[in-house]
Design a protein around this ligand. Structure first.
Ligand code: UD1
Length: 379
C-alpha cells in the first residue's frame, strides 16, 4: 500500500478555499466536532488514545507518523474501536516531519483546522547518547511543521510538552509559571520547542498554541485493545512492571529506596492516558472558542503523588500477580518527588483527571493480559 493511498479526504470532496471556509464561521459556536485535525505521532501510545477520543467526538482526523516507535496495527485497532460510522473520518499517512515532501502531501490534500503535535523521540538515556538524533528529530521536525502550518494557514496547535521542563523542582506541586530547566537533551528539546512556540506566537498573534505538560501517562483504553508498546527494554516504570507481570522480564529494579519519602522510593504523578486524551479535547475546545489565547502552558496531571512501591502494590492488587523487586541505587538525574498543580487546567480548560491509580493499574493490566507482547505476535 502506498503511504498516501487511503486518501479521499473531506477537503477533496468539498471544494473550499482557505479564506472562505464554512467551518470558520462556526468556530465560536462550539461546533468544533466537525473540525479536521492533523495528529502527528498519532500511531503512538498517547496519540492512539487521543485519536480515538477525537473520532468519538466527531472530529475528522489525519495521522502522520513515521512508525519509528509505533505500528500501523495500532491505528487499525483505533478504527475498529471507533466503529464503522466514525472510522471513515480517519486518514493515516506514513510520513516523517523531517521530510518536507511528506508534509506537502498531507497539507496539500486536506485543510486542517488545528494540529495536535505528538511526534518526537522521548527516551532520556538515548537522548544523552545520541543528542544530534534528538535535536534533529524533535527540533527540525517541529520547525518544518510550523513552516507548513504557516504556509497552509493553519495557526492552531496543541503541543506535547512534558513535566520534564520543570527539571528538579525546588517546590511541589509544579506550577506552570515555575522557572523551567532541562536535565538532558530530550528535556532540552521540549524546553526549546516551548520557547520556539512562544516566539512564533509573539511574532504573529494569529497563532493560538497550547503547550500541554504531561506528568506520567499510564493505563490504557478500557477495551484493552490499545496501549503502550515500547520497543526494547522499557525505560519507564509501568511498561516495565507490565512486562514483569506477563513474564517477559524477571524482576523490577526499583531505582532508589533512600529518598526522603514515606517508603524511600521516588514520587510521581501518574495520570490515566484516557484522562490525558480528554485534556487534548479540552485544549482544542479552548483553541476553537477563544480568539486571543496566545501561547499558554497547562499541566496535565492528577495533583496526587504516588511512590514507586505504592505503584507496584497497586499493580499487584489489580493483576493478582506478584512483582518481584530488587532495590537498586538511584537513577541518575531522577527527582525525589514531582507532581502537578492542576488548578490552571481546571480553571481555564475546565478539565480535571477522573481516574486514580486503581483504574490506571486495572486498565494497564487488561491491556497487558490481552496483549502480553503488545501489538506483536509472541516471538
Ligand atoms: C521519565 C523521564 C521524563 C520523561 C518521561 C516520559 C527521566 C529522568 N525522566 O520520567 O523526562 O518525560 O519519563 O514518560 O528518565 N523507575 C524504577 N524502575 C524502572 C523504571 C522507573 O524504579 O524500571 C522509577 C524511576 O526511578 C522514577 C519512577 O519510577 O522514580 C518513574 O519513572 P519513569 O516512568 O521513567 O518516569 P519519570 O522518570 O518520571
Amino acid at each position: 500500500m502506498s503511504p498516501f493511498s487511503p486518501l479521499l479526504s473531506w477537503s477533496q470532496t468539498h471544494s473550499t478555499t482557505l479564506t472562505h471556509h464554512p467551518l470558520m464561521a462556526l468556530e465560536n459556536h462550539h461546533q468544533e466536532s466537525s473540525n479536521s485535525i492533523l495528529v502527528t505521532g498519532g500511531a503512538g501510545f498517547i496519540g492512539t488514545h487521543t485519536v480515538l477520543q477525537l473520532l468519538n467526538e466527531g472530529y475528522r482526523v489525519s495521522i502522520i507518523d513515521n512508525l519509528d516507535n509505533s505500528v500501523e496495527d495500532a491505528v487499525d485497532r483505533v478504527r475498529d474501536l471507533a466503529g464503522s460510522s466514525r472510522s471513515g473520518n480517519l486518514q493515516f499517512h506514513v510520513g516523517d516531519l523531517r521530510n518536507k515532501e511528506d508534509l506537502e502531501k498531507v497539507f496539500s490534500r486536506t485543510r486542517f483546522d488545528a494540529v495536535i503535535h505528538f511526534a518526537g523521540l522521548k527516551a532520556v538515556g538515548e537522548s544523552v547518547a545520541k543528542p544530534s538524533l534528538y535535536y534533529n528529530n524533535n527540533l527540525i521536525g517541529t520547525l518544518n511543521l510550523f513552516e507548513f502550518m504557516t504556509k497552509y494557514g493553519c495557526k492552531k496547535m496543541v503541543f506535547s510538552s512534558s513535566a520534564t521542563v520543570y527539571g528538579q523542582p525546588e517546590t511541589i506541586p509544579c506550577v506552570e509559571d515555575f522557572q523551567l530547566m532541562a536535565m538532558n537533551p530530550y528535556g532540552r528539546t521540549k524546553l526549546f520547542l516551548e520557547e520556539i512556540a512562544r516566539d512564533i506566537q509573539k511574532a504573529d498573534p494569529e497563532w493560538r498554541i497550547i503547550l500541554l505538560r504531561y506528568f506520567n501517562p499510564v493505563g490504557a483504553d478500557m477495551s484493552g485493545q490499545i496501549g503502550e508498546d515500547p520497543k526494547g527494554i522499557p525505560n519507564n516504570l509501568m511498561p516495565y512492571i507490565q512486562q514483569v507481570a506477563v513474564g517477559r522480564l524477571p524482576v523490577l529494579n526499583v531505582f532508589g529506596y533512600d529518598y526522603p519519602t514515606k517508603d524511600g522510593s521516588a514520587i510521581r504523578d501518574y495520570i490515566h492516558v484516557v484522562d490525558l486524551a480528554d485534556g487534548h479535547i479540552a485544549a482544542l475546545r479552548k483553541i476553537f472558542s477563544k480568539d486571543h489565547i496566545g501561547c499558554v502552558a497547562y499541566n496535565l496531571g492528577t495533583g496526587r503523588g504516588t511512590s514507586v512501591l505504592e505503584m507496584v502494590a497497586a499493580f499487584e492488587k489489580a493483576s493478582g500477580k506478584k512483582i518481584p523487586v530488587k532495590l537498586c541505587p538511584r537513577r541518575p538525574g531522577d527527582a525525589t518527588a514531582v507532581y502537578a498543580s492542576t488548578e490552571k487546567a481546571k480553571k481555564e480548560l475546565g478539565w480535571k483527571a477522573k481516574y486514580g491509580i486503581e483504574e490506571m493499574c486495572r486498565d494497564q493490566w487488561n491491556w497487558a493480559r490481552k496483549n502480553p507482547w503488545g501489538y506483536r505476535p509472541q516471538p
